[in-house]
Design a protein around this ligand. Structure first.
Ligand SMILES: [Zn+2]
Length: 183
């Protein structure tokens, strides 16, 4: 193996590590958001926020699966299975796709529920609004980072998660609207 080839291999492992890092940071942020949405949604009796907590739970599985896949890939790579990455990534991308579809269905179902359930809010819900705004900002930052790193290491599952995070900016805005302006 030439020096250049060795360097390239190390670069790839570094890339995989970088991918794992963003995937696990995103997992942690998504977990915290899911817990905050569930707790605040329950305390303030906000159905839309509780539904969004479940959505974050699905997102958590998707981004965690991506991080786990990248971790497996980096292990396989060190054990000299150059194509391990692609097989694991394909499988993970499939799982991520399924989870994203599920999260989408949950959001639609929630929107449908909201149309037929009247919510009364007496005071301006500062905490639910804060959680939703935090969710919008987090989605924006994660979408940017996941895309940037996903592109640089050519990780399909990270890029799929980036698209999901990008959509989350809008679903969180819809949730925010639902909280501020109950039907
Ligand atoms: Zn999502």
């Amino acid at each position: 193996m030439s020096g250049q080839a060795i360097e390239k291999k190390i670069d790839n492992i570094e890339g995989l590590k970088q991918g794992q890092r963003i995937a696990f940071i995103a997992s942690l942020a998504t977990l915290l958001l899911a817990v905050a949405k569930a707790a605040v949604g329950y305390l303030f009796d906000s159905k839309v926020l509780v539904a969004d907590a479940f959505h974050s739970g699905a997102d958590l599985l998707a981004i965690f699966a991506s991080g786990f896949g990248l971790w497996i890939a980096s292990r396989k790579k060190t054990e000299r299975f150059p194509y391990g990455l692609y097989k694991v990534e394909n499988l993970v991308t499939l799982i991520v796709g399924a989870l994203i579809t599920w999260a989408g269905v949950e959001i639609l179902r929630d929107g449908y529920d909201k149309l037929f359930h009247v919510a009364y809010v007496k005071e301006f819900p500062i905490l639910p609004v804060s959680v939703s705004i935090l969710s919008v900002i987090t989605a924006f930052v994660l979408a940017k980072k996941e895309r940037e790193i996903g592109k640089s290491i050519n990780s399909q599952s990270l890029m799929a998660n980036a698209s999901e995070s990008f959509l989350d900016i809008f679903t969180s805005l819809v949730v925010l609207m639902g909280i501020c302006w109950p039907i």
